[in-house]
Ligand binder design. Structure first.
Ligand SMILES: *Cc1c(COP(=O)(O)O)cnc(C)c1O
Length: 480
């Protein structure tokens, strides 16, 4: 069912609220508001009774699948479970009504939280220093690359290249480009991992940064990460870790200890902030002591029990975002980490990996997994054979899953796998849910291909032209 807009539902005279008559004398209005600023007619707003408005929005909210209503195995975007408690805590008026222009003295509590969060993230990263400022993972990448650039400039070195594996997320090369670097793509090995030979062929004194995601976007742990970092350091370059997949290794492996110089966290993927709809996120970066002087301003510091914002940092790359970052999101992160502690964090990662491996073992007989070894928190299956033999594409399976009450996994990413379905169950899903998902896939693959091509059948919108929907979004109702 397509939901009518509020404008279409409007009936003249319907009201949700009745205001008392205006008690400002007409003469006063005329004096206060110059003629040319006065409207000739009221604005053409929809007119509805309260229950109709409430039903409209409640029904609209139910038209979408979400993690509160359905299993949501969307790989890469990593819809980790975000406990509701952290939303509630972040809504405390002490946090929600604070203003960034308040004096440091009046926000000591919030500064203490930010300071402590910097320390916790540094520890998880195994690195020295943290900036909470970037608003998302991609902005964390840009921040770190600008810092790398400033670092090499400070040493009088001219390095123009950033190396990026072919399985990297698109934001990696985009950030490198924005930071003024040239990008060199490195082909992966047949196992879907860093190819040390291919890497060594591109390593020389022009290399500034090697960007790597670990576990990588195929859901595999980079076994040779230590060696790769050593090789990059050998030519004087820096290693950047895209931390979007920290879910699998948080509390288990510290990236700083496998040789990473800088990294970002996507706290809206890993640490309890709902991800999606372009809502606020945060992409804190952690760096080694050598890079610390270049962190954006301000950095939260502590002296004798008093917290303050340090702007006096001559080598800083400056500001990357207004004020101190998305504090509402960072408070959630803090609450999540304090709730779990290091042991809890480790369990979250272990269970995410267990769930992904269980599901992979349940379905790989029907949907083969080309890079088929123990996965981390996600895995990538392929419908290439089904496509060739029965004309069933990854997209058809994804769309049909909606009819079975499951959100679709990520499809067609990463690009190195044809007809890819990238599946990530979170640590919070039960065995029963994973079994139901595997059974649904089994049933779907026994259905006639024609039915799959015409799916979903149960959703208000079925097969939109996705490219056009992105390029020409219709966000304003202009009447019939
Ligand atoms: C999500 C993601 C990013 C980008 O992070 P945003 O927070 O969406 O900007 C980068 N790399 C990988 C691997 C990701 O999954």
């Amino acid at each position: 069912m397509v939901h009518p807009t509020l404008f279409e539902l409007s009936k003249p005279g319907c009201r949700a609220v009745r205001w008392p008559a205006c008690d400002v004398p007409q003469q006063a209005v005329e004096q206060l508001l110059p003629e040319n600023l006065r409207a000739e007619a009221p604005p053409p707003l929809p007119e509805l009774a309260e229950p109709d408005i409430v039903r409209h929005y409640v029904n609209l909210s139910a038209a979408n699948m979400c993690v509160d209503s359905h299993f949501y195995p969307l790989g890469s975007c990593t819809m980790k479970y975000s406990p509701k408690r952290n939303d509630r805590l972040a809504q405390w008026p002490e946090f929600a009504t604070a203003h960034p222009y308040q004096s440091e003295e009046s926000v000591q509590g919030i500064l203490a939280i930010l300071y402590s969060l910097q320390k916790m993230l540094a520890e998880i990263a195994g690195l020295e220093a943290v900036s909470l400022q970037p608003a998302a993972g991609a902005q964390g990448e840009l921040t770190a690359l600008l810092m790398a650039s400033a670092y090499f400039r400070s040493r009088g070195e001219k390095r123009r290249l950033v190396l990026v594996p072919d399985v990297a997320h698109g934001t990696n090369p985009a950030s490198a480009k924005m930071a003024g670097f040239e990008i060199v793509q490195i082909a992966s090995s047949p196992e879907g991992l860093i190819d040390l030979t291919a890497l060594s062929q591109r390593l020389d004194s022009a290399v500034a940064v090697f960007m790597v995601t670990n576990p990588n976007t195929l859901g595999l742990f980079e076994k040779e990460i230590g060696k790769a970092c050593e090789m990059v350091h050998g030519v004087g370059g820096l290693v950047y870790l895209d931390g979007a997949n920290m879910n699998a290794i948080c509390g288990i492996a510290q990236p700083g200890r496998f040789g990473v110089d800088m990294m970002h966290f996507n706290v809206h993927k890993t640490f309890s902030t709902p991800h999606g709809s372009g809502g606020p996120g945060a992409g804190p970066v952690a760096v080694t002591a050598a890079l610390e002087p270049f962190l954006p301003v301000p950095v939260v510091r502590e002296t004798d029990g008093r917290y303050w914002l340090d702007y006096d940092r001559p080598q800083s790359i400056g500001k990357i975002r207004s004020f101190f970052g998305n504090v509402g999101v960072l408070v959630r992160t803090y609450c999540y980490l304090r709730t779990l502690g290091s042991e809890g964090l480790r369990q979250v990662a272990e269970r995410a990996v267990l769930n992904a491996n269980y599901l992979m073992a349940r379905i790989r007989h029907i949907l083969p997994v080309p890079y088929n070894r123990r996965c981390m928190h996600e895995f990538v299956a392929t419908a290439a054979k089904l496509k060739a033999e029965r004309n069933i594409a990854a997209m058809d399976i994804a769309k049909r899953l909606l009819d079975y009450g499951f959100h679709a996994p990520t499809v067609y990413f990463p690009l190195v796998v044809r007809e890819a379905l990238m599946i990530e169950p979170t640590e919070t899903e039960s065995k029963e849910t994973l079994d139901r998902f595997a059974e649904a896939l089994e049933k779907i693959l026994q259905e006639p291909p024609e039915l799959l091509h015409q799916s979903p059948q149960s959703r208000p919108i079925t097969r939109p032209d996705e490219v056009r929907a992105n390029r020409e979004p219709v966000v304003v109702w202009k009447g019939e």
